[in-house]
Every structure is written in C-alpha cells, then in structure tokens.
Ligand binder design. Structure first.
Ligand code: AGP
Length: 608
C-alpha cells in the first residue's frame, strides 16, 4: 500500500505535494519522491527513508519550482526500498512520469515484452512498466495511451501521470486501489486518500474502478474506460485530519480489521494463475519441494499462532511433518535439524529480534530458510534464502489483524502447492481449495458487518477478570490468537487451552459467570468440544461459541453463538478470528484503553 498525490494550479506544487504525502505516510514510508514540471522538463527528486529526508533534500520543495506535479510515499512490494525504486518512475526520455499505488500482477511479462522492444529499465519495480508502456502507446493523445495501457495491465492501480507534452495537466486512473480528486480554490488535486487534500479542500470526487480523471488548474473532467466523458458529483468531507488518516475509523486497528478483505485479495490473487497456485517468486523446484523432510515453523506472538494453524494444514493436507517453535525458544535449544529440512520464519515486521536470530541459527547450520514477511527489504526478508511477501501494507496498530490474515493466506498457498507437488492432493482439489480461498474476502466482509452485535456482547465483559478460549486442532490455534488479542489491548487476563486439557487442571479456574469462548470449526471435533462445553457450563461458565453456520447442535450447549460462513475446514481461522478480533477491540474500547498503542508493547520487538 503506498500513497500518491498530485497538484495542478496557481501555487508552487512541491510544498503541496510534500504536505499531502506527510498525511499519507501511514500508507507507506520506506521511500518517497516528487516530480514537478518546471516549464521545460519534469524534474524529479527521490529519497530513501522517511518523507523528511525528501523534504530536507528539496528544502521543503523550494528547490523544485513549478505549478504541476505528482508525488509518492512508498511501501515496497516489488523491489527493495531504495532511491532508484522510489517513485515517480519515468519513460526513457523522461517525458512521462508516473506514481502508482497497487500491484501490477503481469509486470514481468510486460517487462520482458518491452525489453524485447528495446526499452531499458532502471528499477526493479512493477510500476516502471507502466511508464514505458505509456511511452510505447503514446502518439499524440495521452488519453489514448492511457486507455491502451489499461487494457494491457492486470492487477490493482491508482496512477498519477504527467506528460511533458501536456504541461499543466494531470491524469489519474483507478482500478482497485483508492483514488480521490480534490477540487480546490486555487488548484486541483489527486490523492490516495482524503487526508492529503483536506488542507486545501473538502470537495472531493471518489474515483470508481476504471475511471480516468483529467485535471488542469481550472477544470476537472472524468472519463470511462471507453474514453467517454462521464459526469460525477463531488462529496463534501466533514472529517478532521486525524480521523481522516484513519479513514474515518476511530482507531487504526479497526481500520486495519476492515482492510482484511483487501489484504486477503492482495496476498492471494497474484498467486493464482490458471486456477493453480503460482509461487514462482520462491524459485522452488518441484524436486526441492518433494525433497523437504520436515518443516520447522518459527515465529513469535500472533505470527506463531498462524504457524500453529499451518502445522495442522501442512501435516493434514501435504503430509509433511511440522515442528512449530517460538523463536525465543528455538534459538537457544540447540534444535535438531536435518539438511533436507525447511525452516519457515513468519514475521510481519521482518525485524523481530528472536525471529531474526532463529533465522540466523538455521542458516548457520546450512538449513534452507523461507521468510513469510510483510515489510519488503526488512532484515528477515533480506537474509532468508527465499521470501514470500504478505502484501498487507503498513500495519500501524500494535495488535496485528490484517497482517495475521495475510500470513494465513500465504501459509494456505504454500501448503496447497506443497501438497499438490508431493502428490497428496489432486488438481481438482486444488481448484476447489482456491475457490474457497477466493470467497474469503466477502465472507470476512460479512463477518465485519456484524460488529454491532459483537460490540453489544463485548460491553458485558469490560469488567471481566478472566476470559478463557478453548478449542481443538485448528480451533486451538484460533483460541491462542483470540486470547492474545484480548490480553494485549484490554489488559484482561486470558488464557487459551486445548479443550481436551481442561480436565487436566485448568477447569479448576472456572467460577460462576466466567466467560469461556469456545471455537468449534472442525466438524470432526464438534462432539468432543461440545462435551467440554457441557463440563464448563456445569461449573458455572458462560460459554460463547464461534462455530460454522449449520452447527445448530451448539445452541443446546452454549449460551451465545456466533456463526461463521461455510469454508473448507483448513481455512476456518481466517473467518473465526474476525469476531474474536472485534470482541477484543470493543472490550478494549469499552475499557477506554489505548487500542492502537497498548501499554508496555511495541509494534516490532527488535530487542530480546
Ligand atoms: C500481535 O498482535 C503482536 N503485535 C505480537 O504478538 C506480534 O505478532 C509479534 O511480536 C511478532 O511480530 P512480527 O510478526 O513482526 O515478527
């Protein structure tokens, strides 16, 4: 996820671009750049690191005169965060400049095609392909070039484009990535999100998919994908800047929960080609996959919980033995590793000290390593032999939600691919699994729309002293994450137990009215867990059940039931965790906790 801005009008563009980018840094901040037309050519200045580096380089924009420009703050997806990979990107003669938020899924194919035509690339990004493709199609009419590019590229994009041949005009195009147009008093603007324009205008046009906006200082016009002009009505934004950065949500955590459907799509869809899993990016041969003896999944916190889920799936679906370890334990226990093992390190930040140390421990023994990481260019991403990015965009809230969901998707795809290559599942099964995965975004959306009911239930537990989460199999892994979410943002004591463990001691903790959240998404284990629920009830517990639609049997045992839509048993974590995230969020909000920045915690634990 990145942030794009553009301005054209009577004022100097550069300071406005920098100001707009500063309001979009929550969308990405590993590098930034602006391009301004100075009357003769399009000047660009890019910088690695936070936006302030760019501001200092350009003396807050003073070194870049001109009244039309575009800018970008980057969250790297393709190409490490470097100056050359920072946007804007140009065609060869620098007559076309482009900024982009999104993922061009067929960029390698297009890059090869253009290189075959003699185009030379200077970056590793997918975006640079757009600049050269515009050049390739451009004759005299920017719109015609834009429409032809839209026909060729696949994936998601919000583009800001300048043509030297058409000074004082900005072009903006949207498909799947957010894009707005601001109609200001002394100029017009484009941006990825409202916060970037609020200082200049509250009159905003929301661009829909496959629409094009053409802005000059005096006018704004809109076109559809057939090049026909269309009429659009502006909206008036009444948010304040702070609320706007959170997209109108009260907290980043809630905003990021609501980004989970898109995060799942972004992590999933580029890796489905021809109805099969495509993880070419890992460069793992079938022989290599067949040769894996054992998987060691190493992580911390929520990432570890996704690893617990993955264990059941890799073993159940791909029949590969799996050990899952907390990184802080793995790194000191002199683990037994065989040369044909694969160590998988899961980390949102890619900087967690224990996880990085575990990676280095595995590498020091010559074991192949794979990182499942969200931050491009982070230490774990750079040092692992292979990396599979989760493309969740920047996750600001300390309590992970969207990155957690993206990690699950990455693990599902790996397990399906490994199972198919090792002959454990058929192509038909792969097709069926992928169909289930592609339904997850709208199923998550449906669960999120349930927030009112969950908020109402959560309000009953803001004074709770202890809350327990129980489940079996994957439901135990889900319980671990549900419990951690509640603990870390509401500070309420909570534990997750394998439901079968209750009678081995922990059921002594149950008192009258103790809340126990039981997760039942594994059909073959329903009856076992229901009998645990009966035991809990008989000792006074209040039982919340999270279970699959259709499991009405549970109504007889539990006090409060939340149903999740039907999906394949391997993928239920992606759905069951949604109500548990919402429950924890609303308990924390009800307690007046600092949800985005819980006490004693940091977003990335870069020290032991
Ligand atoms: C989860 O909500 C916490 N923020 C924490 O457990 C986190 O998952 C853990 O610190 C691992 O972080 P990483 O994914 O960046 O390595």
């Amino acid at each position: 996820m990145c942030g794009i801005v553009g301005y054209v009008g009577n004022s100097q563009a550069a300071p406005i671009l920098l100001d707009g980018l500063s309001k979009l840094e929550y969308r990405g901040y590993d590098s930034a750049g602006i391009a301004v037309y100075d009357g003769e050519k399009i000047h660009a200045q890019k910088a690695c690191g936070r936006l302030k580096v760019l501001s200092e380089l350009t003396h807050d924009g003073a070194t870049m005169p001109g009244t039309a420009g575009i800018g970008h703050t980057r969250w790297a997806t393709h190409g490490a965060p470097t100056g050359s990979n920072a946007h804007p990107h140009f065609n060869q003669d620098e007559s076309i400049a482009v900024v982009h938020n999104g993922i061009i899924e067929n960029y390698q194919k297009l890059k090869k095609y253009l290189e075959g035509k003699g185009f030379q690339f200077v970056s590793d990004t997918d975006t640079e392909v757009v600049a050269h493709l515009l050049d390739y199609y451009y004759k005299e009419d920017p719109m015609e070039a834009i429409l032809r590019v839209m026909n060729r590229v696949e994936g998601s994009y919000a583009l800001g484009i300048m043509f030297k041949s058409h000074p004082g005009v900005l072009y903006a195009v949207r498909k799947d990535s957010p894009l707005i147009v601001g109609h200001g008093g002394d100029g017009n603007l484009i941006a990825s999100d409202v916060p970037a324009v609020l200082k200049y205008t509250r009159n905003v046009y929301f661009i829909q998919n496959e629409e094009i906006a053409v802005l000059s200082g005096e006018s704004i016009s809109f076109y559809n994908v057939d090049g026909e002009e269309i009429a659009k009505e502006p909206s008036t934004i009444d948010w304040d800047i702070n609320a706007a950065e959170k997209g109108g949500y009260e907290h980043f955590m809630l905003k990021e929960m609501y980004e989970q459907p898109q995060t799942v799509r972004d992590t999933l869809s580029p890796r489905i080609k021809g109805g099969m899993v495509d993880i070419e990016e890992l460069g793992m041969s079938d022989e290599e996959i067949r040769g894996i003896g054992r998987l060691h999944i190493i992580a911390c916190g929520s990432a570890y919980h996704t690893g617990m889920t993955a264990k059941y799936i890799f073993e159940g679906m791909a029949r590969i033995p799996v050990d899952v370890d907390l990184a802080s334990e793995f790194r000191y226990r002199n683990p037994i590793l065989a040369e044909n093992d694969l160590v998988i390190i899961i980390s949102q930040s890619g900087e967690t000290a224990d996880s990085l140390a575990a990676l280095r421990e595995a590498k020091s023994r010559g074991i192949k390593t794979l990182g499942i990481v969200n931050v491009v260019g982070s230490s774990i991403a750079r040092e692992a032999d292979k990396v599979m990015y989760t493309w969740a965009g920047p996750e600001i809230a300390v309590a992970t939600t969207k990155a957690y969901s993206a990690q699950l998707i990455a693990e599902y795809l790996l397990a399906i691919k490994f199972a198919q290559v090792r002959g454990e599942i058929t192509e038909q099964q792969v097709v069926s699994y992928l169909k289930d995965l592609q339904k997850l975004p709208e199923q998550i959306e449906m669960l999120l729309s349930n927030k009112g009911k969950i908020q109402h239930f959560a309000n009953r537990y803001i004074s709770a002293k202890d809350v327990f989460f129980v489940g079996r199999g994957i439901d135990y892994a889900i319980s671990l994450e549900g419990s951690l979410k509640l603990k870390e943002i509401s500070y309420i004591h909570s534990e997750a137990y394998a439901a079968g463990e209750l009678k081995h001691g922990t059921i002594s903790l149950i008192e009258e009215g103790t809340l126990v959240a039981s997760v039942l998404t594994q059909e073959e284990l329903y009856k076992k867990t229901i009998s645990n629920i009966v035991e809990l009830k008989s000792r006074g517990a209040f039982v919340l059940a999270v279970t699959n639609t259709g499991n009405t049997e549970i109504e007889k045992a539990a006090d409060y039931v939340i149903y999740i839509p039907q999906t394949n048993r391997w993928f239920t974590n992606s759905l069951a965790i949604i109500p548990l995230q919402l429950f924890s969020y609303y308990v924390a909000v009800g307690k007046g906790c600092d949800v985005d920045k819980p006490r004693n915690l940091a977003k990335s634990v870069t020290v032991e």
